[in-house]
Design a protein around this ligand. Structure first.
Ligand SMILES: [Cu+2]
Length: 675
C-alpha cells in the first residue's frame, strides 16, 4: 500500500518536475540507530534511514542533477554509496577514495548526483558493516522523455530483497574470524558418509573426505553466514509482505539484491518472467521461469498476471533462509510456498585452482572458450566409472526428480551450440547468423515498417537440460557464472558426482538449483545488450585478478593482498582492458566495480555484450570482462559480500589521464560539499 502511494506521489512530483523543467529533486536522509521489530515480537538494533529499514525509494529522472542531504546521527562515521551510478569519483561516496573520508557524526553532507543514465539501482553504506544493519534503499532513475529504452507498463513495483539478523554485524565478523565455519550447521554427517560409501564405494568416499579435510574446508560452505531472515521491502514472511496488481495489467518488477551475503533464487510460480534489464541496463527480453540474483545485482522483470494470487518465493542458495510474499490482485488472498528444494553440496571440481598441485598453468588462455563439449566428455568417463544404478519409478514429476526422489525419463538432449571458436577449429558448422536488421527509426516503426529494439521478440532463457550419467538423468543448470578451467581434464580425483547430480537423499551436487527439467533459468550468456555498445575495440592488455583467501583466518584477498597491502591497479584514461577474475576459492564472489560498467564476455558479439557492474564468479571458475576506462578517478573494485570486503577483498583501480598520473581528479581537491 505504501508502495502504491509512493508511486502516485512520484507521478505527482514528476508532473511538478516537468513543469519546473530544471528543478532537480532533493531528498533528505537521516541515518540513526534504533530498536525495531523487523520480525514481529523480536526486537533488534538496526540502522534506519528516515526511521525505516530499508530507506525510502529515491526516484529521479535521467538528465537532472539530484541532491541528497545526508544527516549522520550515528556515533561513528558513515557514508552512502550510489551503486551503479556513472557519477564523478568525488560523489561516489566511498571513504578512502578520491579524498572522501566519510560523514562525521552529527554532520550533514550533500551528495550531488548528475544523472546521465536510467534504470534500477540502489544505495547503501560503504563504511564498516553498517549496510548489514539496514542502511540501504532502492534508487530508480526514469528515462528522459523519448528515450529508446522507455518501457510502457501499467504498474511497477520495487522488490528490494535483503537480510535481517538480530546479531550485530560486528559480532558476525568476530564469529567468522574465530571460526570460518561458525555458521555452517550443515556439515556433512556420518549417515551421509555411509550413504555415499554405499553409492560411490568406500575408497572414493574416504578419499573425498580426506581431500576436503586437507583443505580444512567443508563442501557445504556455499555461504558463510547463517541465521538470516530474508526480507521483501523490509518485511519477513511473518509480516505477509504483499505486492498488488490489477488483473490484466503489465507489471514491471524492479528486483534489487540488497543483502550483505546472500545469493538468492527468485521464483514466481505460474508466471513467465521476462527479464528486461540487468544492473540497470536494458537487455533484449529473456523469458524465464526463475532467476538467480547475486549480491548487489538488480534485475527488471515484466509479468502479466491474471486474476489470481501468485507466491513470490525467494530462497538463498544454501536453502537456509527464504521469504514468501504474495503477488495478488486483492488483500487476503492466501499463497503457499512451493515444495522445498534440496540443499547443495559443492563438488571437488568447484575447488578449481585451490587444489594443491593441480594449478593450471595460467587460466587466461582458457578464458572465453566454451568448455561444454569437454565437460560432456568428462561426464561420460565419470559415468562409465560409476555406472550408477537407475531405478524406474512411476509418476515421477520433475520437482521430485530434482529432489532426487525418483528418476525421470530425460527429454531429448538439445544439440550443443556451435561456438565460433569451435566452428573455426572445424569441430562443427555454425548456423548462419540471422540477417542484420536495418536500424528501426521511431518514424518507420510508427508506419509499421519495423519493430524497434525495445519491442523485440523475447528470447527464451537457458533450458534446464537433462544429463545422463550411467543411466541416471539429473537436471543440469548452467548460470554462466564463468568458465571451468578444469573441465575436460581428468585429475584423477575421486569422482563422487557431477554438477547437478542427486544422490537420493535430497542433496544435489554443485551449483545446480534443483530447477526442474524443461524450466528456463537466466544464464549470464542469455544477456544481450539492447543498445549496441559504443566501444567495440579489442582489449590491449589483460589484468588478472586472483580472487583468493584464507578460510581458516577469514582473510580474503585480491591477487594475494588485502586492501591497502598492494599498490593500486592503474589504467590509462580511455584504455580498453580485459579484466579476468580467477576464483581460487570454493565460494562464489560477486565482483563489483564502482563508477563504470564493464561488458561481460559471455559469448555474445562484442557490440552486444551486456553491461554489468557486478559479475558473479562461481567457485573455481574464471570470468573475464571488458572495460573502457572512461571515468577518471579512484574506483573501488571489490567483492560485494560484505564480510569479504571488510576482511580485505578490495582493490583500488586508478583511471588516470596522462597529465594527472596519480589519478586523483582535480575536482577531488576542491572539497566535497561537507558542511
Ligand atoms: Cu567474496
Amino acid at each position: 500500500m505504501r508502495q502504491e502511494i509512493g508511486v502516485r506521489l512520484t507521478a505527482f512530483l514528476l508532473v511538478l518536475a516537468t513543469a519546473a523543467s530544471v528543478q532537480a529533486r532533493t531528498y533528505d536522509l537521516t541515518i540513526e540507530r534504533q530498536v525495531r521489530e523487523i520480525e514481529p515480537g523480536r526486537k533488534a538494533s538496526v540502522i534506519t534511514l528516515n526511521g525505516s529499514v530499508p530507506g525510502p525509494v529515491l526516484r529521479f529522472t535521467e538528465g537532472e542533477t539530484g541532491e541528497v542531504r545526508i544527516t549522520n546521527r550515528l556515533k561513528e562515521k558513515t557514508s552512502i554509496h550510489w551503486h551503479g551510478l556513472l557519477i564523478p569519483g568525488e560523489n561516489d561516496g566511498s571513504p578512502g577514495f578520491n579524498g572522501f573520508t566519510g560523514i562525521e557524526p552529527g554532520a550533514t553532507f550533500t551528495a550531488t548526483l548528475p544523472l546521465r543514465q536510467s534504470g534500477t539501482y540502489w544505495y547503501h553504506a560503504h563504511s564498516a558493516t553498517q549496510e548489514q544493519a539496514g542502511q540501504y534503499g532502492a534508487l530508480i532513475i526514469d528515462p528522459k522523455a523519448g528515450s529508446d529504452i522507455a518501457l510502457k507498463v501499467d504498474r511497477e513495483q520495487v522488490v528490494l530483497l535483503s537480510e535481517h539478523t538480530r546479531e550485530t554485524p560486528e559480532r558476525i565478523l568476530r564469529n567468522l574470524k574465530g571460526d570460518a565455519g561458525y555458521y555452517n550447521f550443515s556439515k556433512r554427517t556420518t549417515p551421509e558418509l555411509i550413504a555415499d560409501a554405499r553409492k560411490f564405494g568406500l575408497k572414493a568416499t574416504l578419499a573425498d573426505r580426506a581431500a576436503w579435510g586437507r583443505m580444512r574446508m567443508d563442501p557445504t560452505d556455499i555461504a558463510d553466514v547463517g541465521n538470516y531472515t530474508l526480507l521483501v521491502n523490509g518485511e519477513p514472511s511473518a509480516r505477509n509482505p504483499s505486492l498488488r496488481f490489477t488483473p490484466g495489467e503489465t507489471v514491471r518488477l524492479r528486483f534489487v539484491n540488497g543483502s550483505a551475503m546472500s545469493f538468492m533464487d527468485v521464483r514466481l510460480p505460474g508466471l513467465t518472467m521476462t527479464i528486461v534489464a540487468a544492473d540497470g541496463r536494458a537487455v533484449q527480453p529473456v523469458e524465464v521461469d526463475e532467476f538467480r540474483i547475486g549480491v548487489a545485482e538488480t534485475y527488471d522483470v515484466v509479468v502479466r498476471p491474471k486474476d489470481q494470487a501468485y507466491p513470490l518465493w525467494v530462497e538463498t542458495l544454501d536453502r537456509k533462509a527464504s521469504v514468501l510474499a504474495s503477488f495478488a490482485p486483492r488483500a487476503g488472498m492466501a499463497v503457499t510456498a512451493p515444495a522445498p528444494r534440496p540443499r547443495q553440496v559443492l563438488l571437488m571440481s568447484e575447488m578449481g585452482h585451490a587444489m594443491g598441485g593441480m594449478k593450471m598453468a595460467g587460466a587466461a588462455p582458457m578464458a572465453g572458450h566454451d568448455m561444454a563439449a569437454m565437460d560432456d566428455a568428462t561426464l561420460t568417463r565419470a559415468a562409465a566409472r560409476q555406472a550408477l544404478p537407475a531405478t524406474a519409478a512411476p509418476a515421477c514429476t520433475a520437482e521430485h526428480a530434482a529432489m532426487g526422489h525418483c528418476t525421470m525419463t530425460p527429454p531429448a538432449a538439445p544439440a550443443p551450440a556451435c561456438t565460433p571458436e569451435h566452428a573455426a577449429m572445424g569441430h562443427c558448422t555454425a548456423a548462419p547468423p540471422p540477417p542484420a536488421a536495418p536500424a528501426c527509426t521511431p518514424e518507420h516503426a510508427a508506419m509499421g515498417h519495423c519493430t524497434p529494439a525495445a519491442q523485440s521478440q523475447p528470447r527464451s532463457g537457458t533450458a534446464v537440460a537433462a544429463k545422463v550419467a550411467g543411466g541416471t538423468p539429473f537436471p543440469r543448470v548452467d548460470y554462466g557464472y564463468g568458465n571451468d578451467p578444469m573441465a575436460g581434464h581428468d585429475m584423477g580425483m575421486p569422482a563422487l558426482a557431477r554438477e547437478g547430480d542427486t544422490d537420493g537423499s535430497g542433496r544435489v551436487f554443485g551449483w545446480a538449483s534443483g530447477a526442474p527439467y524443461g524450466s528456463r533459468v537466466l544464464s549470464m550468456r542469455d544477456l544481450v545488450a539492447l543498445r549496441p555498445q559504443a566501444d567495440t575495440r579489442a582489449p590491449t592488455r589483460e589484468i588478472v585478478v586472483k580472487v583468493s583467501g584464507n578460510m581458516e583466518r577469514y582473510i580474503w584477498t585480491l591477487n594475494g593482498a588485502k586492501f591497502g597491502e598492494a599498490p593500486p591497479i592503474r589504467v590509462a584514461f580511455n584504455e580498453r582492458v580485459r579484466v579476468t577474475f580467477v576464483n581460487e576459492t570454493m565460494m562464489a564472489h560477486p565482483m563489483h566495480l564502482h563508477g563504470m560498467f564493464f561488458q561481460v564476455e559471455n559469448g555474445q558479439p562484442i557490440d552486444r555484450m551486456p553491461d554489468k557492474n557486478v559479475i558473479a564468479v562461481a567457485p573455481g571458475r574464471t570470468q573475464s570482462v571488458l572495460l573502457t576506462a572512461d571515468e577518471a578517478g579512484e574506483w573501488p573494485i571489490h567483492c560485494h559480500l560484505l564480510y569479504h570486503m571488510e576482511s580485505g577483498m578490495m582493490q583500488k583501480l586508478v583511471v588516470a589521464s596522462v597529465d594527472n598520473r596519480d589519478g586523483t581528479p582535480a575536482a577531488a581537491h576542491a572539497g566535497h560539499g561537507s558542511h
